[in-house]
Design a binder for this molecule. Sequence first.
Ligand SMILES: NC(=O)c1ccc[n+]([C@@H]2O[C@H](COP(=O)([O-])OP(=O)(O)OC[C@H]3O[C@@H](n4cnc5c(N)ncnc54)[C@H](OP(=O)(O)O)[C@@H]3O)[C@@H](O)[C@H]2O)c1
Length: 320
Amino acid sequence: MRAIVVPAYGDSSVLEYAERPDPEPGPGEVLVEVAATGVNFIDVYHREGRYPMPLPLVPGNEGAGTVTAVGPGVTDVVPGDRVAWASVMGSYAAKVVVPAEKAVRLPEGLAPDLAAAVLLQGLTAHYLTHSTYAIRSGDDVLVHAAAGGMGLLLVQMAKLRGARVIGTVSSAEKEKLARQAGADEVVGYEGFTEAVKEITDGAGVHVVYDGVGATTFDGSLASLRPRGMMALYGAASGPVPPFDPQRLNAGGSLFLTRPTLAHYTATREELLSRANDLLGWVASGAVKVHISQRYPLAEARRAHDDLEGRRTTGKLLLIP
Ligand SMILES: NC(=O)c1ccc[n+]([C@@H]2O[C@H](COP(=O)([O-])OP(=O)(O)OC[C@H]3O[C@@H](n4cnc5c(N)ncnc54)[C@H](OP(=O)(O)O)[C@@H]3O)[C@@H](O)[C@H]2O)c1
């Protein structure tokens, strides 16, 4: 089968389109013929070696397709089932072995490319808005990179929960998309803290969802109201340097968390409960999925360059 391989850590030029042996499902695993693979920023971190893993590696964490074989002990997934998954390494490939406990069966009528486009970021937006900080109606919420894959979903879910949403973006095109997703106010990054203070009559927001990291972190903390929550869930602009907890006191008894999807889908029950909400909203149209680009799998380099170059909006897919 064809797959994308990272033989050594580095920039996008290390991504190779190569022939690999067909994988076989072991106990508790299923083999899936991939219809579409989701591109996520974490794929860039894996390619760069920010979270070191044995090399060579096949990157990619998300996809959807049709089960073609099941390993010993698998009873609740059968060949022919259409499934999607998140947090399964090796997804930039034509065939992927998925632990059965991570396979989410697609509801009738839901296209696999839509599922591959929404599962990882949608589950993340779900836990951030419902669990990390459970937004209450009337809360003020700040979402950075509001037109990105995560951003558009966070904006929509925050609106579903009744928040007033302020988004940051870097261009007029992104502003338009963030507003279409429901953002009440959209501002640039320059001076965003002052803009937030003005919009909230000096109070600050209840929660900041910050996946940008290095360049926004200080301003995000300064945008919070006393006892507000800083949900630092990523580092698209680079990692945040070491941090003095005293700053939380000075900022108003603030909370800081650095959450990740694995801990909020720790059991199959939790995974399916969040996926059920998410795919239900997608089916009903309550949450819209914006797929901005589809690349042939062979062109993963171009997808990474576009994502890192801030040229993208919404979701990017690779098609094997
Ligand atoms: N913790 C978790 O569970 C979890 C799960 C999924 C994703 N994430 C994180 O969520 C964040 C967003 O991921 P995504 O896949 O949805 O990507 P994305 O938001 O679609 O793309 C990244 C966006 O970040 C903004 N950005 C600001 N400064 C940047 C810089 N220096 N370089 C690149 N981008 C910059 C850009 O939007 P503007 O041009 O508008 O600034 C860019 O489009 C990432 O940090 C990712 O690691 C975390």
